[in-house]
Design a protein around this ligand. Structure first.
Ligand code: SF4
Length: 210
C-alpha cells in the first residue's frame, strides 16, 4: 500500500469512531477490551467495560475475582461462558509473567483466551511492534483491496497474513489499526461496501473488477 493510501486512513477526513479503550494503551485494559469485543459490537461493550474496570482495575484484582461476579458483566454481553477465561488469563499472567502482559506474540498466545487477533492487537496498540494484525474485517478488506478473491476461512491464509505484514510496516501501528478497523466498519463493510464513495476505489481490485 502506498503512503497516500495510509493518509486516507489516518487523515483528518477519515471516518472515525471513538471508544474509551482507545484512550489507554495499558496491555491489561486492551486485553479486557478485546476479550469483550469478541462477537459483541463495540457500542454495546463500552458501558460494560467502564463498570468492569471500576471493579477490576488491574490484573491482580481480576485474578482474585469470583466467576459469578465476572459473569455478571460477560453475560450482559452475551458472552455467557467467557467469565472463567478472563480469570484464567489473569491468573496465568500473575503466575507465569510476574503480572506483566508479555511483549511477544509467542508468549501472548500462551495466555488462556488470547488468540492470534488479540495477540496482534495488543502488540500493535501497546507495543507498536506487531508483525501483523488480522481479524475477519481486516481479512475482508485485504481480500477485496488486493483483488484476491479468496473464500471460506480466509483469515489464516498465508497471503492474507503476508499482506497484513506489509500494511503494518507503518510508524504508528496503534493509530493505523484503529483507523483500519473504523474504515472496515464504516466504509468497507461486510455487506454493501460503500465503494462509490470510497477514497481507495481507484486502486481497489474488488471495485475495479466489479
Ligand atoms: S472500493 Fe469498496 S471494496 Fe474497495 S476498499 Fe473501498 S469499500 Fe472496500
Amino acid at each position: 500500500m502506498e503512503l497516500s493510501h495510509y493518509r486516507i486512513f489516518i487523515g483528518k477526513d477519515a471516518p472515525k469512531r471513538t471508544f474509551i479503550w482507545r484512550s489507554n494503551s495499558s496491555p491489561f485494559k486492551i486485553m479486557v477490551a478485546e476479550f469483550m469485543l469478541q462477537r459483541t459490537k463495540a457500542e454495546q461493550v463500552e458501558p460494560v467495560y467502564k463498570k468492569f474496570l471500576q471493579q477490576y482495575p488491574d490484573i491482580l484484582s481480576l485474578s482474585k475475582a469470583r466467576i459469578n461476579s465476572v459473569a455478571k458483566y460477560t453475560s450482559s454481553l452475551g458472552l455467557h461462558k467467557r467469565a472463567p477465561v478472563f480469570i484464567a488469563a489473569s491468573k496465568y499472567v500473575i503466575k507465569h509473567c510476574k503480572g506483566n502482559i508479555p511483549k511477544t506474540r509467542e508468549e501472548l498466545l500462551k495466555i488462556p483466551g488470547v488468540g492470534d487477533y488479540v495477540a496482534g492487537a495488543i502488540m500493535a496498540v501497546c507495543y507498536n511492534n506487531a508483525d501483523y494484525v488480522i481479524d475477519s474485517n481486516i481479512a475482508r478488506f485485504i481480500n477485496r483491496f488486493y483483488g484476491l478473491k479468496l473464500s471460506g476461512e480466509i483469515r489464516r491464509k498465508k497471503i492474507i497474513i503476508e499482506r497484513s505484514k506489509d500494511l503494518f510496516r507503518t510508524k504508528n501501528q496503534q493509530k493505523f489499526l484503529f483507523a483500519l478497523l473504523d474504515f472496515t466498519a464504516l466504509i468497507c463493510k461486510p455487506i454493501h461496501p460503500g465503494c462509490p464513495n470510497c477514497p481507495l476505489k481507484n486502486n481497489c481490485g474488488f471495485y475495479l473488477s466489479s
